[in-house]
Design a protein around this ligand. Sequence first.
Ligand code: NAD
Length: 497
Amino acid sequence: MTDHLTHWIDGRPWQGTAARTGDVYDPATGEVTKVVDFASAADVDQAVAAARRAFGEWGTATLTRRMQVLFAFRELVNTHKEQIAELITAEHGKVLSDALGEVSRGLEVVEFACGNAHLLKGGYSEGVSTGVDVYSIRQPLGVVGIISPFNFPAMVPMWFFPIAIAAGNTVVLKPSEKDPSAALLLADLWSQAGLPDGVFNVVHGDKEAVDALLTHPDVASISFVGSTPIAKYVYETGTAAGKRVQALGGAKNHMLVLPDADLELAADSAVNAGFGSAGERCMAISVLVAVEPVADDLVAAIAGRMSTLRTGDGRRGCDMGPLVTSVHRDKVASYVAAGEEAGATLVVDGRLVEPDGAAAGFWLGPTLFDHVTPEMSIYTDEIFGPVLSVVRVATYEEGLELINSHPYGNGTAIFTCDGGAARKFQQEVQVGMIGVNVPIPVPMAYYSFGGWKASLLGDTHAHGAEGFHFFTRGKVVTSRWPDPSHGGINLGFPTHG
Ligand code: NAD
């Protein structure tokens, strides 16, 4: 008997009208464990209507009231983090420790959003003219839409909704249909925290639900995270419908290793960042750019470490879990075949993995290619799996040129013991998030997360001060209170002398 998941609207589970449903798999067993309703446009309309009603109260709730709910939510997520992590592992496949890490990174954003009173402060200039003061205020947008990918079912929505809610907005979240349960548990925790009904809603589904959000006249903004082709579509459709849109897309993250780097640290980092979460992270390292003469030593050190990795069921203490679906596993495996055919050296072949898990799981082990060249599809495309490619270059400049020529610009890292080289790199590289001897430089919640080029459409990155900026709009008030020094009639353009 499979569980049946439905939407969460107006503070409770809400049976939709849609005829369509999707299967939710346990990737470690290959079994369908749940069925999830797919929202129709009418279901999305119900969610938006509930959010719109709730905005009346929540949009004007005091900062203290909002903060109190956020603190209560923070405590509830913290006490339920194992339960959230178990749901993630059961539907996404990532190992439990990794799922817990994702919840912790999401919690950081909730904690950051608890500082809403500080972050929503405006400015004040007294006496810009005689008896005239100017001040700025920031107000919530209204109903905001969030559309999230499969790879971080808790953390990515949490990049956005704590801040949106702290700023006084109401939310309709459309999580990935592949792993929808974490969002429902988070919705329940919001209710327990005292969030009024309708402030946080979840609709499940696919393109139909996304399109309904993108074009709904009562949805003010869209925060999207997913692959670049869909991000482009979302950005174009949402902005054409007059919405504020931030659309975070795909990635191909390079790690540049200079000859003076600590090669043991670089090898550890390449393995951790290449194969953690089976490479299904937008900040995974998928290309290692080795500045000669270090490549032979690095490849040997990485291959040695890979031989100790245990791929298997995420509940069994393995290092790496399965891929999210069999379709995705097959797609990643097809890239391995394409790399071999194109002439790259296949050092470790993940297709030969012997997993610690059910035979029908969606397995593909860690894979390492050497002598990869920039025209190969394993170099050009986002693979989003446990495949690490080594490209050999002669100089720093050649490596930099490679990174800057790639269409994606999400994250990158440099490994070196030379501070000057690292500083030069951070200045010259065309990428949004940079690690110096740190392979997955995901910014803390009080900084903003976002890439450059094809990795982000729109102007605003996620969370941090930019998050509050995205979820509010500004007003500037120029005010004068009557006093005896009334200035008389003057039809000239106002200047503040
Ligand atoms: P995806 O683009 O397939 O799906 C993302 C969301 O869009 C899901 O909610 C999905 O239901 C919806 N969607 C799918 N097809 C659609 C369509 N045709 N029209 C409208 N909506 C559609 O992405 P995914 O496979 O779930 O996630 C992996 C991708 O997300 C990778 O490309 C990864 O790099 C990217 N990602 C980026 C970041 C970042 O911060 N830049 C973070 C996490 C994931």
